[in-house]
Design a protein around this ligand. Structure first.
Ligand SMILES: Nc1ncnc2c1ncn2[C@@H]1O[C@H](COP(=O)(O)OP(=O)(O)OP(=O)(O)O)[C@@H](O)[C@H]1O
Ligand SMILES: [Mg+2]
Length: 308
């Protein structure tokens, strides 16, 4: 795979001095679905707006399909579709017309057959002559997607596409996104729903306070989630862990009266039974045992909150 969007040390300081992006570097691979997670104000929309040419960067460089987004703006923009976070439709426009118009704005020849295909895929074809103000919120979001797809983009940005959308429609949207990926479209979506990132993505990125804290293959993250921790409270403090237990990767908890054992919950053998036997053989008496699991949510919260 090769990068279709390449972001190099991008910063953004808004007028007034607020630094919304602090040097983001990221390659987005052709054909992948990348989810960006991050709390409110993290800089997700700012990042997307810069790539799509709506906001100017302060420093750094972005290319799309090899085209610089500043010096070669038109060529870069033509490859991009954007579904914005805010619904920004003309209330009196009709569905098919607004999608046709957007395609024209990108200098593409009319192609109603293609637009019919998109509207059908988004279950909007029977609404093609409806006015925007007669549509529900979820349908309006679909119109935004149709507009973003109207000029056959190779990269589609979806900025919180499922905010305020019901469960069924959310699942439909996931399905649509997967179909687009199967057609070769690269997809970047932002979301606050961790389960959405889990369900959809090939890779997951976490942004907090203008920094990209992590980008990782979803499967690698999920394997990390398989890590469980067992905390063992002891009757008597154990100043040193006996060498007979060296094979277990044990460490002390906050005090010498507790031990911590990390293990892979997805592995066939967790080693727990053997460990408990060996503890007993070493004459160590237990008071209590607890286990906990690290989840994507834990990883996310620790990345996002452990910052000054
Ligand atoms: N035009 C602007 N002028 C000044 N500050 C701005 C502007 N736009 C955004 N910001 C600030 O930049 C920061 C990042 O905003 P951004 O919209 O990129 O966050 P976000 O990650 O998309 O958040 P959300 O999840 O709420 O959509 C915020 O602190 C915001 O207040
Ligand atoms: Mg946003």
């Amino acid at each position: 795979m090769s990068a279709i969007v390449s972001i190099d040390n991008l910063t953004k300081t808004y007028d007034g001095g607020f630094q919304a992006l602090k040097g983001v570097t990221l390659d987005i691979e052709e054909g992948e679905i990348l989810s960006l997670l991050g709390p409110n104000g993290a800089g997700k929309t700012t990042l997307i707006s810069i790539i799509c040419g709506i906001t100017n960067p302060s420093t750094g460089r972005v290319t799309v399909g090899g085209h610089d987004i500043i010096s070669d703006f038109r060529a870069a923009r033509r490859l991009l579709g954007l579904v914005p976070q805010e619904i920004n439709l003309q209330p009196l426009e009709r569905v098919m017309n607004t999608v046709r118009f957007t395609r024209g704005l990108f200098g593409q020849r009319p192609d109603d057959a293609y637009l019919e295909k998109i509207l059908t895929q988004l279950s909007l074809w029977d609404k093609r002559d409806a006015q925007i103000n007669a549509l529900s919120g979820g349908m309006k979001r679909r119109v935004l997607i149709a507009k973003a797809l109207s000029h056959n983009p190779r990269v589609l940005f979806l900025d919180e596409p499922t905010a305020g959308v019901d469960v069924e429609l959310r699942k439909d949207m996931w399905e649509t996104v997967r179909e687009l990926q199967a057609e070769g479209v690269t997809i970047i979506l932002t979301t606050h729903y961790i389960e959405e990132a889990e369900a959809m993505s090939d890779r997951i990125g976490v942004i907090a306070k203008g920094e990209l804290m992590l980008v990782e293959e979803k499967t690698a993250l999920m394997n990390r989630m398989g890590q469980k921790r067992m905390r063992i409270d002891l009757q008597v403090p154990l100043p040193e862990i006996p060498s007979s237990l060296a094979q277990y990767n044990l460490s002390h908890g906050e005090t010498p009266s507790s031990l911590v054992y990390d293990y892979d919950a997805k592995g066939e053998r967790t080693g727990i039974t053997r460990l408990l036997n060996d503890l007993s053989a070493a004459g160590i008496v237990l008071r209590d045992v607890q286990t906990s699991q690290s989840s994507l949510e834990d990883i996310f919260v620790s990345l996002v909150e452990d910052r000054p």
